[in-house]
Unconditional design. Structure first.
Length: 372
């Protein structure tokens, strides 16, 4: 019986290594970009945004031209100052304060209403990313070439320390390096793009109305419309993470999922639960052979992930991101159990605290919101 369990455990671990190898094998080596006319980058910022000097410098260095549309609540001095300094490149739009939908969604809808007739390509980014210079051009490439309807990158968390921040980064890295296909891709609002025709076909304003999560709403609408959602695997976009509330960040991310698609949450949680149960058996009853199998696979995954990180981000970003890999090599069971705990905690409530607001969400729609 023990031997059979070890064989099953070994097969499960081999599948996890194969999944990361699959991601590595499908990394594009010829990372082509497009630079069409009519691209607009939409960036939602909070009223206390500091102007994002590094982000703006990185956007100015992009290989593809675009105009920048800053979506604010209406009281963001930094956004207004930037628009005043660079009126030919930056436009600020004031959305006001929402009363029945997420504040970010409210701002994005305001931005959609001021699009110009010649805005043909829509690129959505978050304010907390450190994008490479190819970001906009890489997102546009599959769209311009007619290979996809919606394209997306994914976040690569950069922990400021080796403690909880690195643990959260390790959990997120499990998701970042999953094999991806057009039939199983959910866009990430931190780096996402679509053509204007696709936005009009979806009626993007209506898709977002009353919702809290922008990317989940767009992704589910895209699935229902049978659109081609394509990941750009070499766009693991650096996003620093540090400070307090890090486990709360993970719970919030999964709560977005469970409040939009309970089935998607159940599938993801079931997969992690199997791995978590396997580690419990290996440490409690499987003996040294089972533990060795688990640690061998973990080191294999970490090695491949290290290569992926080194291939897609800047050297300093790669150095920070690799801090998360120590968790997967030293305590892979801890990463898996933390992942499962976050997933289970997410299902315990429909309340999401985000951006200074408390939201109660049912089936993706905001039913109540109050200031946090």
């Amino acid at each position: 019986m023990v031997h059979a369990m070890i064989w099953l455990w070994a097969m499960l671990q081999a599948l996890t290594v194969a999944g990361v190898l699959n991601y590595w094998r499908h990394l594009p080596k010829d990372r082509k970009v497009e630079a069409p006319d009519g691209a607009v980058v939409i960036l939602s910022v909070r009223d206390d945004w500091d102007g994002g000097a590094d982000l703006i410098a990185r956007l100015k260095a992009q290989s593809a031209p675009f105009r920048l549309l800053l979506a604010t609540s209406g009281a963001c001095p930094a956004a207004e100052a930037l628009a005043a300094r660079e009126p030919g490149w930056v436009e600020a739009v004031a959305a006001g304060v929402a009363d029945d939908e997420g504040q970010k969604v409210h701002k994005l809808r305001a931005a959609l209403r001021v699009l110009r007739p010649d805005d043909r390509w829509l690129v959505f980014i978050d304010a907390d990313i450190a994008p490479p210079e190819r970001l906009v051009g890489r997102l546009l490439f599959p769209l311009v070439r007619g290979k996809a309807d919606i394209v997306t990158g994914y976040r690569l968390l950069l922990p400021e320390g080796r403690g909880i921040a690195a643990l959260v980064g390790a959990v997120e890295m499990q998701l970042a390096t999953l094999p991806r296909s057009p039939s199983a891709t959910m866009p990430w609002g931190g780096a996402m793009a679509m053509g204007r025709e696709v936005a009009d076909r979806l009626d993007l304003d209506a898709v977002l109305a009353g919702r809290l999560s922008d990317d989940m709403s767009i992704g589910l609408a895209g699935w229902r419309a049978r659109l081609r959602l394509r990941p750009v695997r070499d766009l693991l976009v650096a996003s620093p993470i540090g400070g307090g509330g890090l486990l709360g960040f993970g719970v919030r991310q999964y709560r977005h999922i469970v409040t939009n698609s309970a089935g998607m949450w159940a599938l993801a949680t079931g997969v992690v639960a199997v791995q978590a149960a396997g580690w419990l058996w290996a440490l409690g009853w499987g003996g040294w052979s089972a533990v060795a199998v688990g640690y061998g696979a973990a080191c294999g995954r970490a090695g491949v992930r290290s290569r992926i990180i080194g291939a897609v981000v800047e050297p300093e970003q790669a150095r920070l991101a690799r801090r998360s890999l120590w968790w997967d090599m030293a305590a892979p069971f801890g990463v898996t159990w933390a992942h499962l705990a976050v997933q289970l905690a997410a299902a315990a409530s429909r309340r999401i605290r985000w951006g200074g607001w408390d939201y109660v969400v049912r089936r993706g729609r905001v039913v109540r919101m109050t200031r946090a």
